[in-house]
Design a protein around this ligand. Structure first.
Ligand SMILES: NC(=O)c1ccc[n+]([C@@H]2O[C@H](COP(=O)([O-])OP(=O)(O)OC[C@H]3O[C@@H](n4cnc5c(N)ncnc54)[C@H](O)[C@@H]3O)[C@@H](O)[C@H]2O)c1
Length: 468
């Protein structure tokens, strides 16, 4: 199959390379010329394990190309995946959908024939049906204008043109994006209501999205991956509900960890014990600095904003608390560091290990690690940061922090270490060697990921979130 992937960031670049791996001819489209230049040269402009190899393989084979040109995109294929960003609107909880709107508008202004668009971006419920109207109206307006201008050939073609907008939400995890795209737990497809898809003459068009998606994902579905076909509203809600649930699970254990701290209990043992119950499960019960990144925080806020617009705001008021618990963990970590210096950070050096919002990623969007590093710096500490992959992305957001090129250099002469992202490299630090480098052997294990006893045996004072 020939297809385009519009928006080639974390989601789109991975999806484009994965579709080429499935045997399709793929054209990636983005408005960022630097990104397109890098991807065209076979370079992934961010860190994602396994993706550079896959990208290079298919750029070299000629099956995967990239462009900034929407004319080329509309002419290249009639099947399009849209993975553009949906960030939080500044000063509001809502999702900024202007980029998905732009992608559909650009396509609708150019498409001729029967096109199907699969939205993959995470969007507020109702977006797909709004975009369907936008696409159908744009096409019928083009047909009308061509007819008025006397261009019969173009008018005939446009009256037979339709754009079907379906939703195929993406569940990939950064760090595991390639595997998650090629071997998803499930495929969700949201289809328009009967009669919603019209051609340029206003006639009901035959829906084609389900058959096309099944063909496109044939190797994935052949492995008996479950496929859930539903309406667009349900598909949109599946994605935000999944993220809201995961965020809630993390904030639940972090709320319990506040009690553990007050009562002198151990949240890690507690999580092991409650997680052994199959109804609860141990995953996403790691107490610590909480969630961040380009998805969970903005998705729960957008979910609340949309619920408000729908008059159902009460249903999601608990997510405010989920968000607040999450943000409190960052403050708590900063307070613990301050306390360890008797209340003032002025004149003290603190090393923050981690900048990415999670290991195996260089993504620092809303990263708890970087937020803590920034807060400590603003409170007067000299902060040194090290991250195995996210130094460049972090520098762009926080150029004023000191960045050390290695763990050893980050530890040299420091008075306190904060482990803020659970990279394997940090778990593997030899506490005896580390102690020989620092000025004061104090560590805050913000991710409950260190072997506490080994660090204590080496003479470190270890503080762990939620372990009173
Ligand atoms: N990153 C993840 O782990 C993940 C997982 C699941 C879902 N999502 C969702 O996928 C979407 C994209 O996320 P991301 O992390 O890849 O974001 P990103 O910022 O890395 O990428 C978005 C890309 O869209 C491009 N873009 C913006 N407007 C465009 C336009 N009009 N035409 C073409 N390209 C355009 C940008 O230049 C950018 O390269 C979001 O809705 C996000 O919530 C992300």
């Amino acid at each position: 199959m020939r297809l385009t992937v519009i928006g080639t960031g974390y989601l789109g670049a991975t999806h484009a390379a994965a579709m080429a791996e499935l045997g399709h001819e793929v054209l990636g489209v983005d408005v960022d010329p630097d990104k397109i230049e890098a991807l065209s040269a076979g370079r992934v402009p961010f860190f994602e394990p396994g993706l550079p190899e896959l990208l290079k393989k298919h750029v070299d084979s000629g099956r995967l190309r990239f462009t900034t040109d929407y004319d080329e995109a509309a002419a290249f294929a009639t099947v399009h995946f849209v993975g553009v960003g949906t960030p939080q609107v500044k000063g509001s909880y809502a999702a900024d959908v202007r980029y998905v709107d732009a992608a559909i508008t650009e396509l609708s202004r150019r498409a001729v024939g029967k096109h199907v668009v699969f939205g993959k971006s995470t969007v507020p419920v109702g977006t797909a049906s709004r975009l369907q109207q936008l696409a159908s109206l744009t096409v019928s307006e083009r047909a009308r204008q061509a007819r008025e201008a006397g261009d019969t050939q173009a008018a005939d073609a446009l009256e037979n043109t339709s754009i079907e907008v379906a939703w195929n939400p993406e569940f990939l995890r950064e760090g595991l994006a390639v595997k998650d795209t090629l071997e998803p737990d499930r495929v969700v497809l949201g289809l328009q209501k009967p009669g919603a898809v019209c051609d340029g003459a206003g006639r009901e068009a035959e829906p084609a999205a389900e058959a096309i998606l099944r063909e496109c994902f044939a190797p994935i579905l052949a492995r008996e991956t479950p496929i859930i076909v539903t309406d667009t509203a349900t598909a949109e809600l599946v994605k935000v509900s999944a993220n809201a649930f995961l965020a809630t699970k993390i904030s639940f254990i972090n709320a319990v960890s506040e009690i553990c701290e007050a009562a002198g209990a151990d949240v890690t043992t507690l999580a092991d014990a409650i997680g052994a119950d199959a109804r609860i499960g141990r995953r996403f019960l790691n107490a610590g600095l909480g969630f961040g990144g380009g998805c969970l925080p903005k998705d729960i806020r957008a979910f609340m904003a949309r619920a408000g617009e729908l008059g159902a705001d009460q249903a999601l008021t608990f997510l405010r608390e989920v968000d607040a618990i999450n943000m409190r963990r960052r403050e708590k970590a900063v307070d613990l560091v301050k306390e360890s210096f008797g209340g003032s950070l002025l004149g003290h050096t603190v090393t923050v290990l981690g900048a990415a919002f999670k290991p195996n990623s260089d993504d620092v969007r809303d990263s708890p690690a970087l937020s803590i590093a920034g807060s400590l710096s603003l409170a007067g500490a000299a902060v040194v940061v090290h991250d195995p992959q996210a130094m460049e992305t972090a520098k762009r957001v926080f150029p004023t922090l000191d960045y050390a090129p290695s763990i050893d250099e980050a530890l040299a002469g420091t008075e306190m270490v904060v482990v803020a992202t659970e990279w394997q490299q940090f778990r593997d630090i030899d506490p005896v060697h580390a102690k020989s480098l620092v000025k004061r052997a104090a560590v805050l294990d913000g991710r409950n990921c260190l072997p506490t006893a080994a660090w204590q045996d080496a003479g470190w004072e270890v503080t762990s979130l939620g372990r009173g």
